[in-house]
Structures are given as C-alpha cells and as structure tokens.
Design a binder for this molecule. Structure first.
Ligand SMILES: O=C(O)CCC(=O)C(=O)O
Length: 261
C-alpha cells in the first residue's frame, strides 16, 4: 500500500493567528491539488512562540482550529495532522495537535509531553501526559511534538503498540538542524517506522528557522527534504517496505523489557 503525504512547511507569522489560518487554508488546498492523502502542519502554527501573548491569542478549547481543520478535511477529502496550536484550557495553555480524517472526524489529540525550557515553554504551558495513537489513511500512526523527539523512551512507549508512521510537527531552530536530522533518522531506524517531520521556515524575535521538513523511511533514508522552501512538498510512502525491514530484524519481538528500568 502507498500513501502520499504533503508537508506544509511555512513561515508562521508571529502572534497573528488569522494570517496563519489563511496560510493553512492555502497549504491544504495545494496539498489536495497534489492529491495528497494526508497533509501535515508545523508546531504552534496559530501564534508562533508568542507565549506571553497567549491569554489574548490562544484558541479557546481548540474549537476554532478544530472547526477549520474539519472544514478543510471535508472540503478537500484529505486527512490532516494539524501540526500543533496554542490552546487555552481554563486557566492553562497547552501545545496541542489535532488529527482529523477526510470526513472531518477527530481521530486524535495530543498535548506536548516534554516542554522545552530553552524556549520558555515550561513557564507558560502545561505538559500533556497521554499518547496519540490513531489510524489515518489506513496507516497505524502516532504523533509527537518537536522536543519529544529527544526522548526515545517515550516514542518507543507509543510505537510498541504497533505503529507504521510517526509524525513530528516542530518549530526546530536552524542552529540545531543537524541534530534534528540525526534524531529523526534514529527514531525511524530503531522503531522500524516511516517518519514525517514538519518544521517551519522564517524568523521570530528569538530564532531563525530553516525548515528541512523530512520524510524518512524505516532504514533511515531521507525520502524527501523540503529544504528552505515555503510551501507544500510531497512524498510517497510505500508501506510494503515495512515487511522487508521488520522480517529479518524483529526488534520489537527481541526486546527485553524486564531489564529496562
Ligand atoms: O530540541 C530542540 O533542539 C528543539 C526543540 C524545540 O524547538 C521545541 O520543542 O519547540
């Protein structure tokens, strides 16, 4: 089985949710034009890292984002891994992913589990504590957010349920992009999964972002690299490759969890 993914890498406008929603509409339309099965967006795409402005800007309950993603999914008949957005829940804020299928059903929701102190998330956001496992375009999948990538034990905890595809929306600054690629390739190899990771381009007041959204196969090979482009790039994922990778080296069956403390 093959699926086509569209990576919506773009320059998130700082503290301008309306402008970013308009851009997301364009990206999903472009993804549908290219006949993608799934479109993936970057992290915190509604507000960027305008964390001190979240009381005014965050999406109350995630309702506006969910309505937009559902509308676009139905209009274009495409699944959407909705990157993540800043969401207000009562007195708190979370960095939340919403996943919808082409009928607009909400398949999954994920609040970033590992908060990134270097970008002050720990001062403004509440961490999630639940995994996001879902089946989209017929593929058992899971999603994480950005800094979660540095915690292989968390990724494994989710992947051992039987995932074929791992999604990583991110705002990963250019200065650490060499580590981004290494970590993503490692997560693909060790979990014998495809990886789709979507970063942003452009600048915010504190960081420069140079994209390099990636699609990686279960052998750790880069299938697609968005470079520094602002827009949608496409990649085809051939899920039949999983059998040939997992058959000879059954890492999940060979685990010794009784030793892992
Ligand atoms: O781990 C990193 O180097 C980047 C993480 C990050 O930018 C984030 O989680 O928002």
């Amino acid at each position: 089985m093959k699926i086509k993914v569209a990576l919506g890498q773009f320059n998130i406008q700082f503290a301008q949710p309306a402008a970013n929603r308009t851009r997301v509409r364009e990206l999903v339309a472009a993804a549908a034009d290219g006949e993608a099965d799934v479109v993936v967006l970057p992290e915190m795409w509604n507000t960027g890292y305008a964390l001190d402005k979240l009381p005014a800007l965050a999406d109350e309950g995630g309702q506006e984002t969910l309505a937009l993603l559902q509308e676009l999914a139905r209009q274009y008949q495409v699944g959407i891994v909705g990157g993540s957005v800043a969401v207000k829940i009562g007195p708190h804020f979370v960095n939340r992913t919403l996943v919808v299928d082409p009928l607009g059903n909400l398949l999954g929701q994920y609040d970033k589990v590992h908060l990134f102190g270097l970008m002050a998330e720990d001062q403004y956001l509440q961490a999630g504590n639940q995994e996001n496992y879902f089946r989209l375009a017929g593929v058992p999948s899971a999603s994480f957010i950005c800094y979660d990538l540095r915690f292989p034990e968390w990724i494994r905890t989710v992947a051992r349920h039987g995932t074929d595809l791992l999604y990583f929306p991110a705002e990963w600054p250019a200065v650490r992009i060499p580590q981004w690629e290494i970590l993503l390739r490692a997560r693909a190899v060790e979990n014998q999964c495809f990886v789709v990771a979507v970063n942003r381009v452009g600048d915010d007041p504190d960081n420069h972002f140079n994209g390099h959204s990636l699609v990686i196969d279960p052998l750790g090979r880069v299938i697609a690299d968005a470079g520094e482009r602002d827009g949608v790039i496409f990649a085809e994922i051939d899920l039949d490759q999983l059998g040939t990778v997992r058959g000879p080296i059954p890492v999940f069956a060979d685990r010794r969890p009784e030793l892992y403390k």
